[in-house]
Write a protein that binds this ligand. Structure first.
Ligand code: BTN
Length: 322
């Protein structure tokens, strides 16, 4: 059923004008009545399809949709070609991990319109209603586990570049991997790894972007925003997702081969809080100091009041409170 609808949509997309019901029925091998039922279903999904008894059907307008036939047209590389699309899941991380366990190839993408149990870093709940971009990408980097702390940083840079390219708004970064717009959090990245002793067997990269959201629960306060809130318009999520994949994929071999160093300057150029006094909260407690650099391993370099430098591989940065 879904495959037939996808075929019908692809046929309408490929045609600039009307396609007769007879042609569609012949091409898809189903009755004209069945074609009409699929057209109605597509209309319910938000496609505007003109129908004329003499001329047939014509696609007038597509919804902002991540549905496979539309989305595949936007892809430029190999990531995302293995595509799992859900209206609702608990978390795309769970689905992707299970697919990875079953042997899904690198570049497999899991997307959900809505997550009921979206999760963020440090065990937090991730607000994931309809309108956002919530996806997990399966990576199988042939690298040693020692390289992986910089993977989320590499990914956040790629996503920031995608936002700037598609939306035109300069996206900034907060170490290690928060995506900021106008100083407020608009997205985040969660990487879950399984590693053998020597090599990473799979990394599931979960990326959440507040795209077409206009309001947030009060507990998130005023520190969050969305692309729609910042630009004042609805963003095409399919285009943005395809751009994220393109930017992730194009330099991924370089990251696998050399690590974070080639991306360090570009990453630092988008970084906020560099040069300011911060507190970094990590498993080992809180450290205060001035954020002065990010090194070639992606570690934040803090200059402590006593003049000593501290290299931090993970944690949560806040502006220092006196
Ligand atoms: C963060 O805390 O900043 C990271 C948030 C990551 C959220 C994404 S949304 C898609 C994927 N599925 C999840 O449950 N989490 C990640």
């Amino acid at each position: 059923m879904a495959a037939l609808r996808a075929q019908l949509l692809a046929r309408l997309l490929a045609s600039r004008g009307f396609v007769s019901g007879a042609d569609l029925s012949r091409d898809l091998g189903i009755s004209r009545g069945a074609i009409w039922k699929h057209i109605e279903a597509l209309r319910r999904e938000g496609y505007e399809i003109a129908g004329s008894p003499r001329r047939g059907y014509r696609l007038m307008k597509q919804p902002d949709s991540l549905l496979p036939p539309l989305f595949f047209q936007l892809l430029s590389g190999t990531f995302g070609r293995s595509y799992y699309y859900y209206r609702q899941v608990r978390s795309t991380m769970d689905v992707a991990r299970e697919l990875a366990r079953q042997g899904a190839p690198e570049g497999t993408l899991v997307v959900a319109e809505e997550q009921t149990g979206g999760r963020g870093r440090r065990g937090r709940v991730w607000f994931s209603p309809r309108g956002g971009l919530w996806f997990s990408l399966i990576l199988r980097p042939p690298v040693s586990p020692a390289l992986t702390p910089s993977l989320p940083l590499y990914l956040s840079l790629a996503v920031a570049k995608a936002i700037t390219a598609v939306v035109g708004t300069p996206a900034q970064l907060k170490w290690p991997n928060d995506i900021l717009l106008e100083g407020k959090k608009a997205g985040g990245i969660l990487v879950e790894l399984s590693a053998e002793a020597e090599v990473v067997s799979v990394a599931v990269a979960g990326i959440g972007l507040n795209v077409n959201l206009t309001s947030f629960p009060p507990e998130l306060g005023t520190a969050v925003t969305s692309l729609q809130n910042v630009t004042g318009r609805e963003i095409d999520r399919g285009k943005l997702l395809a751009a994220c994949l393109k930017f992730i994929e194009e330099n991924y071999p370089l990251w696998c081969a050399t690590g974070f160093t080639p991306f360090r300057e570009e990453y630092k150029a988008r970084l906020t809080l560099l040069g300011t006094e911060v507190t970094v909260h990590s498993r080992n407690g809180a450290v205060h100091g001035r954020a002065v650099d990010v090194d070639g391993d992606g570690r934040l370099v803090l200059l402590l009041p006593q003049g000593e430098k501290r290299f931090l591989a993970g944690g949560e940065v806040t502006l220092k409170k006196e």
